[in-house]
Write a protein that binds this ligand. Structure first.
Ligand code: K7E
Ligand code: CUA
Length: 630
């Protein structure tokens, strides 16, 4: 088997076997592989090295927030160094920060053990990143999470969202974070819980596109609106801005309404659709009482309420749809073709006004392709996603070709192309989703990294490559290996964030917080034992907890430090319990003491020269007596 064949086989395994998202017909696969790029191809190794070098003690210029896919996490790196700095657990427990072990985060996780993070989105004000929150969607369990960028912690998980199945088409935000977009990738019969034969998929299953409402002050998320759609697979989305503000766009594939082997059955038609939703009109329709409640969410049926949704034909099996910074164009990429299509918002509005329709789907008008399209840009094989810079250029990822194409909005000229290794999915430019991107850097989020790193066995990382887009020609700067599996990322100027380093004491409103060892102690009420505990260098107070077998034990533990980086952990032997408490934070630990014996607990987070001495004992009485040792 040649190297190329081997790589293709691996690729197939990965993309089909693992059921990954961006499936591309591999008959098209042309891999640029097998040859290490030379220094010259890298744009000059020395130049690349100096431009990504961040000296020890210095900090980076940008934060990169990238999705951790089915790890359920969000990862934080610095750009240009590409150094991984932090992991933000969102949809899965993470013992390193104690996430998922204390009562507060357990409640947020709602019993789920994992999630599939796809598209992080930073909140926006006037179409610019405002640095307040980061939203991430969970494709697996239909949830949306909000991370507060003040402390880099997950603060809310909404869901499973009713009526949504396979929440992939998010978390794109509207220009003032009124809504976070949502959609169903997998249509199901509604309401959830009902069953219809798969043979009747085309008529009895429903797609949904939706907006999750966000409170502009607190970021609190709630169910906004939903729209009933034909049973297509809704994939990616983006919110309009400028002249397209008030519109939301989603791509859809499988407009054949097929089941079975979708790689064949859903690729029959030459065109699928982009759905364009006027969410400002949707708001009015909901306010006018035109929605019906399904599972607690107002749902609009476009058959009954016309004027809200239009379908725009797009090249076959599209993946990404991306709105240009000026809001004039939306770019739809048919992943089985070698072109990407630029649609013109003004032309779309004219077509709607003139009822320039070429058909309809379940009563939803289909706009005439040629009336809305501005250009088909010959970018290369397997276009997936498009990002933008400050100079009116667009950058499209080419999965099949393993490259990024740079092209000009308006003249539609392809200006440059750079190979990436290998099989790029998303790409992300500095402040690329805003009305005012920075240009400068592009991160290519590649799906395969085979042979690019020390061999670590069959479970391999992905590769993320940093590309300089500041000049006429793109230049490869750096390659980092990232945990599975970056789908999308956000790259925000570091000075837009002002994270805290300790939780100020006066902000801790937890009624069970204590700040003085005098207040620490154990209180029994029947079989409920409540412990108020202080953690401070380098001891726990109380250090002894005596209970009876069967008692329910609740420990409120406050780290009373107000010094940066003074974290303490609480690990309890043989109880599957580890909680980490940041300075000024209070966390709740709850368990039933069902095993008799003496169980040490200790600080898990290295905090001082006497960290190893920071320990205590849980005594659970009710077993026999111990061996006499003398
Ligand atoms: Cu991997 Cu946006 Cu979920 Cu494309 S998606 S690559
Ligand atoms: Cu406290 Cu280690």
């Amino acid at each position: 088997m040649s190297t190329t064949e081997a790589k293709l086989d691996r690729t197939k395994l990965k993309w089909f076997g693992a059921g990954a998202v961006c499936v591309v017909l591999f008959a098209f696969a042309v891999m640029s592989c097998g040859k290490r790029p030379t220094a010259a191809e890298l744009g000059g190794a020395a130049e690349a090295a100096t431009s990504t070098y961040v000296a020890p003690g210095d900090t980076d210029e940008y934060y990169l927030f990238y999705s951790g896919g089915h790890s359920g996490n969000v990862y934080v790196a610095g750009v240009p160094s590409m150094r991984h700095i932090s992991t933000i657990p969102v949809f899965a427990a993470y013992p390193a920060t104690g996430y998922g072990f204390d009562e507060e985060s357990k409640k947020m996780l709602g019993g789920f053990g994992w999630g599939d993070v796809h598209h992080p989105a930073i909140s926006e004000t006037n179409g610019d990143y405002d640095g307040r929150w980061l939203f991430v969607n969970d494709n697996a369990n239909n949830r949306l999470a909000r991370i507060d960028l003040r402390d880099f912690k997950t603060k809310q998980i909404l869901g499973p969202i009713p009526n949504i199945s396979g929440y992939h088409g998010g978390s794109f935000v509207t220009p003032n974070t009124e809504y976070v977009l949502a959609a169903s990738r997998f249509s199901v019969p509604l309401p959830k819980g009902t069953v219809e034969p798969l043979e009747e998929y085309a008529t009895k299953y429903n797609g949904v596109v939706a907006g999750v409402k966000v409170d502009p002050k607190t970021g609190e998320m709630s169910h906004g609106f939903q729209i009933l759609m034909p049973p297509f697979n809704f994939d990616l989305g983006d919110a309009g801005k400028g002249p397209s503000e008030g519109w939301a766009f989603w791509t859809s594939y499988n407009t054949e309404r097929a089941t079975g082997k979708l790689e064949v059955t859903s690729t029959q038609k030459d065109r699928d659709y982009i759905a364009a939703v006027n969410w400002k009109e949707v708001e009015k329709a909901v306010a006018a009482g035109k929605a019906k409640m399904i599972s607690g969410v107002p749902v609009l049926d476009p058959k009954e309420v016309p004027g809200l949704v239009y379908l725009i034909p797009c090249s076959k099996s599209p993946h990404g749809v991306d709105v240009s910074p000026d809001g004039k164009y939306f770019i739809g990429s048919g992943k089985l073709q070698s072109i990407t299509t630029a649609f013109n918002v003004e032309k779309m509005l004219t077509a709607i006004q003139k009822k320039d329709f070429s058909g309809n789907e379940d009563g939803i008008p289909v706009l005439t392709y040629d009336s809305v399209k501005d250009a088909e840009v010959n970018v290369g094989l397997g276009p997936l996603h498009t990002q933008f810079d400050s100079e009116g250029n667009a950058y499209t990822s080419l999965f099949v070709e393993s490259a990024v194409a740079k092209w000009k909005l308006g003249s539609w000229e392809v200006l440059d192309k750079i190979p990436v290794t290998y099989n790029i999915g998303h790409l992300c430019t500095a402040e690329g989703d805003t009305v005012n991107p920075d240009g400068k850097y592009l991160v290519a989020l590649n799906k395969l990294s085979h042979g690019r790193h020390l061999n670590v066995g069959p479970s391999q990382p992905e590769s993320s490559q940093l590309i300089n887009i500041g000049g006429e020609k793109m230049k490869m700067l750096y390659e980092a290996f990232t945990e599975p599996e970056p789908h999308y990322a956000q790259l925000i100027k570091a000075d837009k964030l002002k994270p805290i380093e300790v939780y100020p004491k006066e902000e801790n409103k937890n009624p069970n917080a204590i700040w003085d060892v005098k207040d620490a102690g154990v209180v029994r009420n029947g079989t409920n034992v409540t412990v108020k505990m202080v953690a401070v260098r380098s001891s726990f107070e109380p250090y002894k907890i005596e209970v009876n077998k069967g008692d329910t034990v609740t420990i409120y533990i406050t780290n009373i430090e107000q010094t940066t980086d003074e974290l303490h952990g609480f690990g309890l032997n043989e109880h599957n319990l580890n909680v980490v408490i940041d300075p000024g934070e209070t966390k709740t630990i709850k368990f039933v003491a069902d095993k008799p014996g003496v169980f040490p607990f200790y600080c898990t987070n290295f905090c001082s020269a006497l960290h190893q001495e920071m320990q205590g004992y849980l005594l659970v009485k009710g077993g026999g007596s111990a061996l006499a040792m003398k």
